[in-house]
Design a protein around this ligand. Sequence first.
Ligand SMILES: [Zn+2]
Length: 323
Amino acid sequence: MLRILLISISVLVFLTRPSIAESKPSLKIVTTTGMVKDMVRNIGGERITVDAIMNEGVDPHLYQPTSADVRKVLAADLIFASGMNLEGRMTDVFERSQSMGKKVVLVTDRVDDEVLIESADYPGQPDPHVWHDVVQWSTGIPVVVDALSKADPEGAEIYEANAAMYVDRLNGLNGYVTWVMSTIPKSQRVLITAHDAFGYFGQAYGVQVRGVQGITTESEAGISDINALVDFIVENKISAVFIESSVSDRNVQALVEGARNRGQEVVVGGTLYSDSMGAPGSWEGTYEGMIEHNVNVMSTALGGSVPKGGYRGAASLVTEGPS
Ligand SMILES: [Zn+2]
């Protein structure tokens, strides 16, 4: 009797265990930016295929979808975008796919209203560069879990488990960023970049930020914008400014020259990944690598320190904080 029971239990287990085909339903996902792709990939794991439209070095404010991109979006099961009007020129494609019954999920949907930064460039729309605040970017994780689970209910547990691991990693990353930025002397915690991409970063990690161009790169900077920033650099004795991988360095070079002409020696402190990640397959081509790269470059240029081994080798430093 016991043996029969055991056999029937094992048959039941065998029958209820998902087959290999069922464990990989391969939802076809398309995202806009690489940062969104990285989040979706971490949560979806093996059960999805995910493709980003905007790759390394692409400026999402200006990106005009190609006809191949449009086909890709329309063929996807689910579309994830960053939102807050970041991908302004993709609105038509999103509307077309929604009219075909496809969902466009915005990963910044659950960002705390209280932290939202007003944007003069887009009245009524907040600053979209949320990914530079690791804690607020993490509010996208449950948004992705919910959307994937709705499209693929059988994968819900896997998505939850993957998300829990990703939340832990991003908590660690947030600790690292906080620690590294706190090593920069207070008077040097000023970040001057090509456009205003680091507002949320500054707000979260205690850095004053100034960009030559505004929240979006759509409007060109004028000579008066450059002169005003040169004044700021000279008055505050700023020693380093930064270029961005997805924006022309012309305006930043103009700042360096302008400040030098006024006797203030200022250097380009390095290249930051503002709106686009590094090369696919590299550490900087992941969200965590992008953020780590940025804080290491900032800290090194502005007189702070970077722990030996960086983010992945610095777990003990992160929990202890600076001495
Ligand atoms: Zn931007």
